[in-house]
Design a protein around this ligand. Structure first.
Ligand code: NAD
Ligand code: IPM
Ligand code: MN
Length: 365
């Protein structure tokens, strides 16, 4: 049988609750020919409690040795006074992103996705505003303000926000490849603050050069990041396509995407260091799959967290790491069916518990 090694990192807060449901879904796809070898490890606050650091070298190595990593969420008030940055709970995730060099974080938000069905009833937006919204954020994930030099003194602090040409180029290529997976190709809409930031001016120049010379079939639009936020809140269809953004702007715009459907509880993401099957890639790219949401400490331990984002991460893992497109769609169809049937957690106005939603999705498969 084919053995697929999956590293399971539940983390903190609602992380373990939503991960348990995702693992149920994953296991439903085991066959005599395809077995999942699951290895579960600590990350984030719980790893600090046990090992004194948010991620151990052993866990990093396990990530590199896996076929894919499923990650839930880290952080919480218990550790907010611990050292932050790379030593705090969130640092566990950041270190893993760096170790795996997963430089592109894909965060889809689509009216054709399973989240669409609930957006219809649950979005705070008017229907005609969000009708047909379909975009994917491609967020640079290993550079910028997150990983530059830092100064942290009592009366001064600094985060260096820098990008090299090579860092911008590789994420631009990946964004263009995502655009070309659609027929006709999606436009790439690149977000920056080139009117203010030097790093944004390099960003704009490199994105422009890379797309026009290497992907002439892809239409490119530059959009200032602040006005992109406004557009997302007023006329989001204008942003249909691939929203290419640096680490900071990508973080912000992808949370804002949660407002379209009305909750972060249904938005998955894939962090990759390449798209499978693209030119120049000889090996299977690393992939880490995590919801866009965090550890939601205030709702943890109550069986009310929405497991859908985490379950849709399993679909993205099937699609981008395990060459299981058919199964990816099966997961997405089951989620859509269950949400349509009204089985929903309280963030979507429902009364179902985390476990119930997971169980009903498994039986809908
Ligand atoms: P959050 O995403 O945890 O929560 C934001 C809001 O969304 C809250 O109202 C929360 O209850 C709700 N929410 C989030 N996920 C939900 C789900 N699955 N079902 C239902 N409701 C859900 O963001 P926050 O409150 O700003 O951060 C809490 C902690 O999580 C912080 O320590 C932060 O650093 C961390 N965080 C971690 C990750 C990650 O591990 N990838 C991502 C974001 C934030
Ligand atoms: C996310 C989170 C992380 C980020 C934190 C937890 C480090 O907000 O995945 O969006 O800022 O990248
Ligand atoms: Mn975020």
């Amino acid at each position: 049988a084919q053995i697929l090694k999956i590293l399971i990192l539940p983390g903190d807060g609602i992380g373990p609750e939503v991960m348990a449901e995702a693992v149920k879904v994953l296991k439903a796809f085991e066959t005599p020919q395809r077995q999942f070898q699951l290895r579960q490890e600590l990350i984030g606050g719980c790893s600090i409690d046990t090992h004194g650091k948010p991620v151990t070298e052993e866990v990093k190595q396990a990530a590199l040795d896996s076929d894919a990593v499923l990650f839930a969420a880290v952080g919480g008030p218990k550790w907010d006074h611990a050292r932050r940055g790379l030593d705090g709970p969130e640092g566990g995730l950041l270190q893993l992103r760096k170790t795996m060099d997963i430089y592109a974080n894909l965060r889809p938000c689509s009216a054709n996705s399973p989240s669409a069905s609930i957006a219809k009833e649950f979005s705070p937006f008017k229907q005609d505003v969000i009708e047909g919204v379909d975009f994917v954020v491609v967020r640079e994930n290993c550079g910028g303000a997150y990983f530059g030099r830092k100064v942290e003194e009592s009366d001064y602090a600094m985060d260096e926000w820098g990008y090299s040409e090579a860092e911008i180029q590789r994420v631009t290529r990946l964004a263009a490849q995502v655009a070309l997976r659609h027929d006709p190709p999606w436009p790439v809409i690149s977000l920056d603050k080139a009117n203010v930031l030097a790093s944004s001016r390099l960003w704009r120049r490199v994105v422009e050069k890379t797309i026009t010379t290497e992907y002439p079939q892809v239409k490119l639009v530059h959009q200032l990041a602040d006005s992109a936020s406004l557009i997302l809140a007023t006329n989001p269809r204008t942003l249909n396509g691939v929203l290419l953004a640096d680490n900071t702007f990508g973080d912000m715009i992808s949370d804002q995407a949660g407002s379209i459907v009305g909750t972060l509880g249904v938005l998955p993401s894939a962090s990759l260091n390449g798209l499978p099957g693209e030119r120049g890639l000889t090996t299977r790219p690393y992939g880490l799959y995590e919801p866009t949401h965090g550890s939601a400490p205030t709702i943890a331990g109550q069986n009310i967290a929405n497991p859908v984002a985490m379950i849709l991460c399993v679909a993205l893992m099937f699609r981008y790491s395990l060459n299981m497109e058919t199964e990816a769609r099966q997961v997405e169809d089951a989620v859509r069916k269950v949400l349509d049937s009204g089985v929903r957690t309280p963030d979507l106005g429902g009364t179902a518990g985390t476990k119930e939603v997971g169980d009903v999705i498994v039986s809908a498969l």
